[in-house]
Design a protein around this ligand. Structure first.
Ligand code: HEM
Ligand code: SF4
Ligand code: SF4
Length: 388
């Protein structure tokens, strides 16, 4: 190494850039490590938040971007309580998750939406206006409905098939595919290191179960001392996945003008999914309301936007159902338009670029960390064998 050359590059712009994504104020951190000792999630090779905060303070962009640990943080706030310097490491992790999400995203749209509330709200409003135009255009030019009939004539929910099936598939599957397409970039940013041997494919294959297991069970959440969040969150995720599954695979069966008795599976499956979602959302708002809890202390607008949109979507869906059964066909029709607008906003903006992307990023981070851990065990075993 040439004299005067540092082994790592420090980027003086990094700290300012991170702060564009939310509060990040651990400048008083004197690296005591109390936060790491307190954290129930910091086990084995997963050590944080002290180390990650150090990367940010020293301007070490590459190791910071390669860090998967902020996705292991479950936002319990214990580290912030333990910190003797009031550096609020839990809030720092939250901000870093937004910063990392923007690094994974290649279009640049994610960075704009995550940094600016105006951009985020603007995108929701613009997309809502576009969806409304599609709905009006569909009735005027596809169904050839006279303008005067908008205020008088309900067609029933079935008139929009099969176009509605294609629309539902597009707004659910395209954001999901976009999200999954980022896994290659995440792998490159976090697992490929210059001068280090590549981890063999067999190690990735051997740990693949971790991704599926964590996606389905969210088991890591139960590692926190206070894991009371697990049940409502799991119910919320189950209800959401059930609803998405119904809309993708059984829309024609679910969105019908038929009136069914209460015991019909179409009704109770709908009530079950809606009930699970509403229970999960009620728990989120209750937690954030009780501000004495550390985890609700710094509520970012975006933290409320996601459950807020989910709540409005669930309520508008229920309203469509109630007004249909009560015989208010025209009101039901307008409420259905609102429901489609909210669903499009939630799926396209929140799933692709917002907080909902954690449903892919969190299990992926746990999986890649498990791969790293297995690879380091294998390397150690190989070294022992070679020395013997
Ligand atoms: C359909 C799937 C999912 C939905 C609808 C969902 C929904 C949510 C919502 C609304 C929050 C915010 C809670 C709050 O603001 O207090 C949240 C937080 C959280 N979720 Fe999920 N989630 C899903 C999947 C997952 C998966 C697969 C994991 C992990 C494997 C996960 C782990 C977490 C964790 C650790 C938090 C707490 C930390 C935070 O607020 O960022 N979620 N989830
Ligand atoms: S908020 Fe909880 S999980 Fe996250 S780093 Fe702090 S102690 Fe660990
Ligand atoms: S407990 Fe506070 S001061 Fe100590 S390392 Fe963590 S953030 Fe820094």
């Amino acid at each position: 190494m040439a004299a005067g050359t540092l082994p790592v590059q420090s980027d003086p712009t990094l700290l300012a850039e991170i702060r564009r994504y939310g509060k990040f104020d651990p400048t008083g951190c004197y690296q005591c490590g109390s936060c790491t000792i307190t954290c129930d999630q910091a086990v084995g090779i997963v050590t944080f938040p002290r180390r990650i905060i150090r990367y940010a303070l020293l301007g070490l962009r590459q190791p910071l971007v390669a860090s998967l640990e902020p996705w292991v943080c479950h936002d319990c706030g214990d580290c912030s309580i333990a910190c003797p310097r009031q550096s609020e490491p839990a809030i720092a992790m939250m901000t870093l998750r937004r910063f990392l999400s923007a690094q994974y995203e290649w279009t640049g749209i994610g960075a704009k939406l995550l940094q600016s509330t105006a951009w985020y709200l603007g995108s929701l409003i613009l997309l809502a206006a576009f969806t409304m135009l599609l709905i009006v255009g569909y009735h005027l030019w596809y169904v050839r409905m006279p303008v005067g009939d908008f205020a008088t004539t309900p067609f029933g929910l079935e008139h929009m098939f099969p176009l509605m099936t294609y629309y539902a598939l597009a707004v659910i599957l395209l954001p999901l595919l976009l999200l999954l397409s980022r896994t290659v970039r995440i792998w490159r940013l976090t697992m490929v290191r210059e001068g280090q041997p590549r981890i063999p494919l067999s190690t990735y294959a051997a740990q693949a179960w971790v991704y599926v297991y964590e996606s389905v069970t969210h088991a890591r959440m139960r590692k926190c001392l206070d894991h009371s969040q697990w049940t409502p969150h799991w119910f919320l995720a189950l209800g959401t996945v059930m609803m998405l599954g119904i809309k993708v695979f059984a829309l024609h069966w679910f969105q019908t003008d038929n009136i069914y008795p209460l015991y019909h599976p179409q009704r109770w499956l709908g009530y079950l999914a809606a009930g699970l979602i509403l229970y999960g959302i009620a728990d989120i708002f209750a937690r954030r309301w009780r501000t004495r809890k550390e985890m609700g202390k710094e509520t970012h607008f975006r933290d409320l936007a996601f459950p807020g949109l989910l709540l409005m979507l669930a309520l508008s869906g229920l309203a469509v159902h109630i007004f249909r059964y009560a015989g208010f066909a025209l009101t039901c029709h307008y409420l259905y338009a609102l429901h489609v607008i909210l669903a499009t906003d939630l799926l396209v903006v929140e799933m692709s670029f917002g907080k909902w992307s954690h449903m892919v990023y969190r299990p992926l981070a746990l999986y890649l960390l498990a791969v790293r851990e297995r690879a380091s065990r294998q390397a150690l075993a190989a070294e022992v064998v070679s020395r013997a």
